[in-house]
Ligand binder design. Structure first.
Ligand code: TXA
Ligand code: MG
Length: 349
């Protein structure tokens, strides 16, 4: 299959191209598109064959459910059994935006889209191109992140091309995404609601709208003894090819420890990489040192993380050490993705 890559300027959306992209979805094809979080790989959410194609193109297990993207609040009721008060409140506060809600699904949503579950994940993205595309596609676009399974989610169209060229009909290139980490997922089918994946809509923000909101116990530890409730969270996602270890502790101790491990790695002829911040990056003796930006700017850390993980792969880095990014709010999202990338390998110094 020949994959067409078309540039879309979100300020001046080319309606003819968007209509074409929408038509591809209506005919059962696949189109990758930008959202404010990461690029999505879209298909018709109400067409079981489209969902099957998405799994095939991604190389993703088909028990891992997809997020259904909508563009208008009026389109929500058709997807769900009922729209609970909690969902109305969250939509009011955070849609369109980087928030996905888990709700009881309606008959209209095929089991292929939800990986056999009785619930459906729904999100209304804020990106103007995403909005126009979803409307042109008929209103319901199932979309996982537009990476091959196991790779970091794509933050630029070039990464989508790397992973999916020849496997899908079209890629809408909207340039760099705004946020760089996937949406917050909150399960509204339980009381109190539970965050299944942390993101830019933080636990504090959700609690502000709903009262009590809990974090899934499996998010930050490997040995909680429970299976994650978001099926996708059980897979080793975002994994770089090199072995990644997070090092946590006082800054000087972290730098000293990492440098020691790096020289050990070099002795064994391993290509080494480091993830640090502007404040400390100059102190590391790694083959591929990468700063995620200022330590105080957690949004920049979130935005740079997946790009850096891909760069390590491109450079053939075998041994990677990362500083830790503990904290509340968006830091929870950053640490959750970093821990997954590291297969939960973390050392306290
Ligand atoms: O920001 C995002 O959410 C991006 C953009 C494209 O919207 N999408 C995204 O999709 O990250 P994906 O498929 O890579 O991640 C979706 C996650 C998976 O971990 C999946 O298991 C979970 O959502 N999920 C989907 N439906 C679910 C459901 N009914 N119950 C629990 N978890 C669900
Ligand atoms: Mg994904």
């Amino acid at each position: 299959m020949n994959t067409r890559v078309v540039r879309i300027d979100e300020q001046h959306i080319d309606e003819a191209l968007i209509r074409e992209a929408g038509w591809i979805i209506k005919k059962g094809g696949l189109v990758a598109f930008p959202t404010e979080t990461v690029y999505g790989l879209g298909g018709d959410a109400l067409n079981p064959d489209s969902s099957k194609k998405i799994y095939e193109a991604k190389g993703r297990p088909s028990d891992n459910p997809l997020i259904v993207h909508i563009a208008r609040m009026e389109d929500l009721p058709a997807l769900v059994r009922t729209v609970p008060e909690t969902a109305k409140k969250l939509a009011q506060a955070f849609w369109p935006g980087p928030l996905t809600m888990i709700l009881e699904k309606s008959e209209a949503v095929p089991k292929e889209t939800t990986g056999g579950l009785a619930t459906v994940a729904v999100r209304m993205p804020s990106h103007p191109t995403a909005k126009a595309f979803i409307e042109a596609a008929g209103g319901y676009v199932a979309a996982p992140s537009a990476n091959r399974s196991g790779r970091p989610s794509p933050t630029v169209a070039g990464y989508v091309v790397e992973d999916l060229d020849g496997r899908i009909e079209m890629i809408l290139d909207g340039g760099d995404v705004e946020l760089g980490l996937e949406s917050t997922i909150v399960d509204l089918t339980v009381e109190p609601p539970v965050i299944l994946r942390p993101g830019f809509v933080t636990q504090e923000a959700l609690a502000g709208a709903l009262g009590k909101v809990e974090l899934d116990v499996t998010l930050f530890s490997e040995d909680s003894g429970q299976a994650p409730k978001a099926p996708g969270m059980k897979y080793r996602h975002y994994a770089p090819k090199g072995e990644l270890t997070i090092v946590r502790g006082a800054s000087a101790a972290v730098t000293a420890y990492i440098n020691e491990r790096l020289s050990e790695g070099r002795k064994h002829n391993k290509k080494t990489g480091v993830i640090a911040t502007d404040e400390t990056i100059g102190e590391y003796r790694a083959d591929v040192p990468r700063s995620v930006g200022k330590r105080t700017d957690v949004n920049a850390v979130a935005k740079g993380l997946y790009r850096i993980l891909r760069e390590f792969d491109d450079e053939g880095v075998e041994l990677i050490y990362s500083e830790s990014f503990d904290g509340d709010g968006v830091s929870q999202a950053v640490m959750n993705r970093l821990l997954k990338a590291a297969g939960h390998r973390m050392i306290n110094v």
